[in-house]
Design a protein around this ligand. Structure first.
Ligand code: 13P
Length: 335
């Protein structure tokens, strides 16, 4: 039996036109983004950057929940306040990434399987005690002429559903993230076919593992042509392909869909989310929300550059993107 609290948390995460801030980059991913900007790849730099994010004035007016990483959930501000406490005081629900990464899938060249089920029940109990109220697990699906294979989709969907059931057992809302990647030359149509198959498979597995749909959120990719596809798509084409794909695959019992940004520019991610809400806000059975990392953080990271005097300007850039995406949920985003 799933508690009312779980369902309340899932609804709270998509309430008031707010959305999620993903700040759960693993250390290797965070280091890669720092390295590109010449920022030292140290624990202290990662801590200082996350302090910049969680102490951004007004963040709670646009952000309902923040997804942390294992290192980050244990960290504190310089004055010794745990990040979890700072978030809660700002009205932001703390969450945690709990998969242990996408690893090469045996006998499936070019494909990945996300790991982290071993010992997950115990880790979830610990995170819950530390104040997390929701969790995230990301599966990645690559597209090329031959990929994805049915077996890669099935294995990842199974793992997502097992993770989601374990989360609900301990009272954490699972964010189910099957990401069809933007890399490659594939067309919009191909992304749509693959995304449809992936979501059908994921919801079949969620049903099989007895996951309560009212107590979870979906975090999908938008349906987009590959970054190297010669034929790019208009905002309207993306919105049409994305929402029609979701209408065919995502049950109405799911309270919200919180998109990942996946490498889109911050402006395009907001513009597409905006158009979705302009066209479908009153017709879609679920909230059309956001759970962006790069599309909220990247401009701020580029301004910060690891330097204390840049903190204020970086925070202004961060809150600006957060506000843009809240406006996009209302269909009021203006580039
Ligand atoms: P992006 O918005 O940068 O794709 O990140 C979302 C995320 O949480 C990836 O798991």
């Amino acid at each position: 039996m799933v508690s009312h609290e779980l369902i309340d948390t899932a609804n709270a995460l998509v309430a008031d036109d707010k959305g999620l801030l993903a700040m759960d980059e693993s250390n290797p991913t965070c280091n890669k983004r720092f390295a590109r900007l010449g920022i030292p790849q140290t624990e202290e730099a990662r801590r200082a950057y996350r302090e910049l994010i969680v102490t951004t004035p007004g963040l709670g007016e646009c952000i309902s929940g923040a997804i942390l990483y294992d290192e980050t959930i244990r960290q504190q501000t310089k004055d010794g306040t745990p990040f979890v406490r700072v978030l809660i005081d700002a009205g932001i629900i703390p969450g945690i990434k709990v998969d242990t990464g996408a690893k090469d899938m045996a006998a499936h060249p070019g494909e990945k399987i996300t790991e982290g089920l071993d010992g997950l029940r115990e880790r979830l109990a610990e995170y819950s005690q530390m104040g997390a109220r929701f969790a995230k697990w990301r599966a990645v699906i690559a597209i090329d002429d031959q990929l994805p294979s049915r077996s890669c989709i099935a294995a990842n969907a199974h793992a997502l559903a097992r993770y989601a059931a374990l989360c609900q057992e301990v009272g954490l809302v699972p964010i189910v993230e099957p990401e069809v990647l933007m890399d490659g030359e594939h067309t919009l149509q191909r992304c749509r076919e693959v995304t449809e198959l992936v979501l059908h498979t994921v919801f079949g597995q969620l049903f099989a593992q007895r996951v309560t749909l009212e107590g979870m959120l979906l975090k999908p990719n938008m349906v987009l042509p590959g970054l190297a596809c010669p034929e790019q798509a208009s905002v309207d084409e993306v919105v049409d392909a994305t929402v029609s794909c979701l209408l065919r695959t995502v049950p109405a019992a799911v309270p919200g869909i919180a998109f990942l940004s996946g490498g889109q520019s911050a402006e395009l991610a907001s513009a597409r989310l905006n158009a979705m809400n302009v066209q479908f806000h009153s017709r879609a059975p679920w909230a059309l929300a956001f759970s962006f990392a790069r599309a909220i953080q990247q401009p701020a990271l580029e301004i910060w550059q690891g330097k204390e005097p840049n903190v204020k300007a970086a925070q202004q850039a961060l809150i600006h993107r957060a506000k843009c995406n809240r406006a996009a949920r209302r269909g009021e985003y203006d580039v």
